[in-house]
Design a protein around this ligand. Structure first.
Ligand code: CTP
Length: 451
């Protein structure tokens, strides 16, 4: 009895896959097929699979060549599987030639000829054209977006717009570092060349640009805060819905696998009922930057408030909440530190943020049976623990967080623009609308709330 094993993603199952499975099966008496999870595929740079894992497994099953199907979810698993299943032959397409020498002392390694001119990537390209994203704004975050978008093959960034054009130092630097991107002189030119926009301009311009882009029929990924009032945010979503466009607020933590897992676990009952949430994000920012000088929209809360609000909103929802702020202001009236308190019935939550004060960037979610501790920087969630009364009790959770984390929201934008559903829950419309309302009330009361 000869056991053969092979692995693959098998997205948009095609003849190349079928042929490979057929030939692998013919090498022995039993074929085990390992199907890669989305998360593991993500780690290897495949951020934009079309078929969910259930469908990919179903297609492998339907081919009729697999005697057993297993899930592959981590690096090194092949070593375990070969021992566990007493594998005699490891077979894989010859695009992997030479990559599996490390298995040769455990079993025979056979590279099978790859079927020419077909691949999941080619099928994805022909099914869904490249998404062309134009960037509005050319500051620090625009550069970060470029680096992260580079990990998603299905995305192109043809152009960037900054109204200050020839007088902008940030635009000059941006173009120097990203030579494939052209500057455009008007927004219309940007819209002509793109399907979507990423808005990375100063805060107060987000709403206006988002509205113009949506009206021009473009999908929008807008940096936080997307708007400064409930009405503005609602208006944007109405235009998006009426025109069948995707509108997403770019709070990157919301889209990262670790944060999604953290929220699910917090809601799962493992720590009992939630009674308190404490989130903190401080970043000492050099005076002279926009955060310190923009008298209307600068300060800590407009800069970092979206982060500290996010877990509160995800866990308490957006209904029946009351909130207030206490801020320490600079001489120019901007808050260098703000504490936000939110309550829903007897559940209390607090968020602290600062550009001129430093504190521990933790997120603690307390429940009736235990608590979840996510150490700094919790907004780049890779690890968290459940702890309880017994100091020795520690339940640990880990998750992926690749690069700067922004690639997850870019991948979700692409996924949603392609018409797939099932990721909207990561940051819902009503959550963005609620946050816009909180920002509005903060700006209105900044001076009154000073300590
Ligand atoms: N394969 C093949 N011939 C092809 C495409 C894939 O023999 N034309 C093989 C691969 O070498 C691998 C298996 O099928 O052994 C699963 O490959 P997978 O990575 O899932 O498919 P690809 O089409 O190569 O996917 P992508 O384009 O996303 O890399």
């Amino acid at each position: 009895m000869k056991t053969v094993i092979t692995y693959g993603v098998f997205d948009l199952f095609h003849d190349g896959h079928r042929s490979l499975l057929e030939r692998a099966r013919a090498l022995g008496d039993k074929l085990i097929v390992g199907v890669t999870t989305d998360q593991y595929a993500y780690q290897r740079g495949k951020m934009c699979l079309v078929d969910p894992i259930e469908k990919r497994i179903e297609n492998v099953k339907k081919s009729g060549f697999a005697d057993e199907i297993i899930i592959e979810d981590h690096h090194g698993q092949k070593v375990e599987d070969i021992s566990r299943y007493h594998v005699d032959i490891f077979a894989i397409g010859d695009d992997w030639l030479g990559k599996f020498e490390y298995l040769e002392n455990m079993c025979q390694v056979i590279y099978l000829k790859r079927t020419p001119d077909i691949s999941s990537t080619l099928l994805r390209y022909s099914k869904y054209p490249f998404l062309k994203i134009g960037i509005i704004g050319s500051g620090r975050v625009a550069g970060r977006f470029m680096r992260e978008a580079g990990y998603i093959r299905e995305i192109q960034v043809p152009c960037v717009y900054n109204p200050r054009l020839d007088n902008s130092e940030s635009l000059r630097r941006f173009l120097e570092s990203h030579t494939s991107v052209m500057k455009v002189r008007t927004l219309d030119k940007l819209f002509d060349q793109t399907d979507a926009v990423y808005i990375a301009s100063p805060h107060e311009t987000h709403f206006g640009y988002a509205k113009e882009a949506l009206k021009a029929g473009k999908h929008v990924l807008c940096e936080k805060p997307m708007a400064f009032s409930r009405e503005e945010a609602e208006e944007l979503f109405e235009i998006a819905e009426a025109n069948d466009l995707v509108l997403m607020e770019g709070i990157k933590t919301a889209y990262c696998p670790g944060f999604v897992k953290l929220i699910s676990i917090a809601k799962s009952g493992l720590i009992g009922e939630i009674v308190n949430i404490e989130s903190c994000f401080t970043r000492l920012t050099p005076p002279g930057l926009r955060e310190w000088t923009d008298l209307r929209y600068g300060g800590s809360f407009t800069e970092l408030g979206s982060y500290i609000l996010l877990p509160i909103v995800k866990l308490l929802g957006t209904e029946d909440l009351e909130w207030n702020f206490r801020s320490m202001l600079n001489e120019n009236g901007l808050d260098i530190f703000t504490r936000l308190e939110v309550s829903k019935g007897d559940i209390i939550a607090a968020g602290r943020c600062g550009i001129g004060a430093k504190s521990e960037g933790q997120l603690i979610i307390s429940g009736t049976k235990g608590y979840i501790l996510t150490e700094a920087p919790w907004w780049k969630t890779t690890y968290f623990e459940i702890r309880g009364e017994d100091p020795n009790y520690r339940k640990r959770f880990t998750a992926d967080f690749e690069g700067d984390g922004m690639r997850y929201e870019i991948a979700d934008l692409l996924y949603r623009v392609q018409g797939h559903e099932g990721r909207e829950f990561k940051l819902k419309k009503e959550e963005s609308v609620f946050m816009a309302e909180v920002f509005g009330s903060f700006l209105k009361g900044r001076t009154e709330n000073a300590v």
